[in-house]
Design a protein around this ligand. Sequence first.
Ligand SMILES: [Zn+2]
Length: 327
Amino acid sequence: MKYPEKIYKTVKEYYENMANVRKLKQSNRISEVHEKIPQIAEADREISMLAVKFTRSLAAGSDAVENVKIFREECDRINAFKKELLLKNGYSEDYLDEEISCTLCNDAGFYDGKMCQCFENRIIEEIRKNSNLPLVMDKQSFDTFNLNYYSDEGNPSPRLIMGAVKSMCEDYAQNFSDESPNLLFYGGTGLGKTFLSSCIAKKVMDKGASVFYQSAYKIFSMFDKIKFDDEKDELVKFHTDNAYDVDLLVIDDLGTEFITSYTAEVLFDLINTRFNSGKKTIINTNLGPEELEKIYSARITSRLFGDYMPIEFYGNDIRRIKQSENL
Ligand SMILES: [Zn+2]
């Protein structure tokens, strides 16, 4: 998978910083122990002298194999002695070792010329940080989506319909691929559109795809900023590029932004370009098809209803139900 260059660089720097932090921590511990246990300081000096002796005798042309063997045995003996001293003085025996969290790559991020899983996980985490998911995200998952908020009256009842919508969303996230359709979630406020699209975004990200989640209002403000700002803000530029490049873009609350001919143009270009390059988009809107058509041009709405799978959300405003429950 190709990761954004900027994210890759950030993670690479993180590994370099962590290596420095580990080295510093280790050297602080060595100083501390040398002060408290002079015998260990002595043992370390002995190892350094052995190393000097070893390289000298190699340079003088003595038997390398035999020399390595002797050197190793001596070091093992001294190290065992050091561990004994550490334990005797109330330290753990690995107190002076570098603290490594990934035994696969020894925290280098790479091994055998390939990227370690720990490095990839950190990239995914970084992508998550850059995806602007709502802060409440971490509490939201398909498991916490409560169907009891939807009425079971009527045939089919909102609860039954929304149960099916939830299953569809779970399935979508689980099998997210080039073949996945674009989705248009529509219906009144507080019916779970943001919740379910967040759940999809999170799951898709966990699978290693890049995701950008943002309200329409914020997305178009960023494009405005890029257009009218002479000094282009690098992070804003990253986000607007991201909106085009990510595997999954979620535009929340379409229809609440301030619409100008420029934003309409950006919206069309964005959904059109993404459609042509096979990138997936999910759009949430409180507006129905007719209302959408009133505020956006026909070419936008026909694209939305032609190329997106429209999914209508049913029920009563959950936010209001939750608020009255908390009173
Ligand atoms: Zn690793």
